[in-house]
Write a protein that binds this ligand. Sequence first.
Ligand SMILES: Cc1cc2nc3c(=O)[nH]c(=O)nc-3n(C[C@H](O)[C@H](O)[C@H](O)COP(=O)(O)OP(=O)(O)OC[C@H]3O[C@@H](n4cnc5c(N)ncnc54)[C@H](O)[C@@H]3O)c2cc1C
Length: 477
Amino acid sequence: MTECCHDVAIVGAGVSGAAIARLLSRYQLKVALLEKEVDVSFGTSKANSGIIHAGFHHAGSLLKTRLELEGLAQFDQLQRELSFPFRRCGILVVALHPDEMGMVEHLWKQGLANGVSGLELCSRERLLALESKLADDVVGGLYAPNGGIIEPYRFVFSLVENAVLNGVSLRTSFKVVNAIHDGLSWSITSSSGEVLRARYVVNAAGLFADEVSRIFGAEDFTIQGRKGEYFLLDRQAKAHPSRVVFPVPSSISKGMLVIPTVEGTTLIGPTADACPDKEDLATDSTRLERILSSARNLIPSVSERDVITSFAGLRPVYGDDFYIAQSRKAPNLIQVAGIQSPGLTASPAVACMVRDLLVRASLQLTENPAYISHLDPQVRVRDLSLEERQTLAKENPAWAQIVCRCEQISEAEIIEAVRRGHTTLDGVKFYTRAQMGRCQGGFCTSRILKIIMRETGLTAGEITKRGGDSFVLEGLV
Ligand SMILES: Cc1cc2nc3c(=O)[nH]c(=O)nc-3n(C[C@H](O)[C@H](O)[C@H](O)COP(=O)(O)OP(=O)(O)OC[C@H]3O[C@@H](n4cnc5c(N)ncnc54)[C@H](O)[C@@H]3O)c2cc1C
C-alpha cells in the first residue's frame, strides 16, 4: 500500500531521530519517524552512560563539541517542557597520580577555550569535599558543575510522545530495505513490503547508518561498533556517588566511570572494545574484574555484592567526529551518522542542525500554530506521599497494586505503558522501570505478562522481550 507523500521521513527512532522529529513537529509538515524495532529507543540510545556531558572532553574544532555545548544548554528548558528525569549533578575528573594532572589541566584549558562556565581545577581537598567517597589517594582533578545525568530511554520516549502529539506519524517495525527516487520524491519500502513516500529523508539509523546510506544510493562509508559494557549496582550500594566520577581519559575513550543514575542506582563502566557484529550485545563476566577494579580505584567502596545486572551498548563509530551533512549523491537526504558519545547530550542541537540543513535544501518551514510544547509529567507512585497514593487509589485501585516491588511500580503505571504502545517486556521496563531493580524481574515478570495479555489480547506465547522472535515463554506454552 502506498501512502500520500510525507514532507520528511526520518529513518531511526533513537535519540537523534526522536529529537529531529520533535523539532520538526513545530512546523506545518507531514513527518514520518521510521523504526525497524518494535519500540523506540531500542538501539544505542537505550544502553549508554546517561550523562549530559559538560563540553570539556573534546577540542572545540570538532562538530561534536559544538553540538555538545549547544545541546547541554537546552536541557533545562527541555526538562521543563517534557518532564523526563534529568539532574545537573556535576561531573568530576579524578587524577590518581601526579602524572595525570597534566591531562587534567589540558581538559580544564580545553573546557575554558570551549566556553564552558564554572569549570574548576581542584586540589585533592576540594575534590574530597565535593565527593567524600573518592579514594584517599586522589591527587586532584576537575569539576564541571553543569554536567548532569538523564534517564536516556525516558528522554527518547518523551521526545517521541511529544512529536506524535504534534502530528508526527511513528511507524515501528518498519525496517527500511529499499528506496527509489522518481525525480520528485522517495518511495521507501519496508521489509514487510509497505511503501512510504517522502520528499526529504533523514538517515539517523545509528549503527546501521552506513547500510541505510547505501539503500538510498548515497555515500559509501562504514560505521564500526565499539562495545561498552556496564555493571549496574543496587540502589543500596554504598558506592553511590553524588556526582559523575570520571578517571583521566585515554585516547579512545573517556575511561571507566562511576555514575550515579538519575533513578538512584549506580553504573560502573563502560569498556571500549571493537565489536564487528553490530547485533552483539553480550556481556562477558571476565570483564567484571576489570570494570570493578577500575571503579574501585576511584571509589573503593564499589562492591561486587551490589552488582544486580550487566548490559552493553555499541557506539556507532565513524572516525573521530559526527557526520552530519546533506548527501552529495542522493537527492534531499541528510546524513546523521557516527553519532557516538556525546550524542545524547548533543541531540537537541543535532536536531537544530538537521532542520537548518533541510531548509538549505529548500524545505519550507511554517510554524504550526497548534504546536504543543509540553507533556504532562508521568505519575510515579514511588515519588508520592502516602496521602497522594491513597487519593489516587480511591479513583483507581490499580494505583495501590504494586507490581514491581523493587522499584515500587504500580499496576496503573504498567497499564499506562502498555496503552502507550510499549507492549514488550523491555518496552514496559524502559517506560516504567519495572524489572530494573534488585530482583531483575524475578517477582514482577509474570504479573507484567498478565497485564500485557489483558490489555492487548495477545496470548502469553505471543509476548516478546523486545520484538522479533524474542518470545518470552517459547517452549513453555
Ligand atoms: C557505551 C556508550 C556510552 C555512551 N554514553 C553517553 C553519554 O553518557 N552521554 C552521551 O551524550 N552520549 C553517550 N553515548 C552516545 C549515545 O548513546 C549515542 O550517541 C546515541 O544514543 C545515538 O543515538 P542515535 O539515535 O543516533 O542512534 P540509535 O539510538 O542507535 O538509533 C538508531 C535507530 O535506527 C534504527 N534503524 C537502523 N536501521 C534501520 C532501518 N533500516 N530502518 C529503520 N530503522 C533503522 C535502529 O533500530 C535504532 O533504533 C554513549 C554510547 C555508548 C554505546
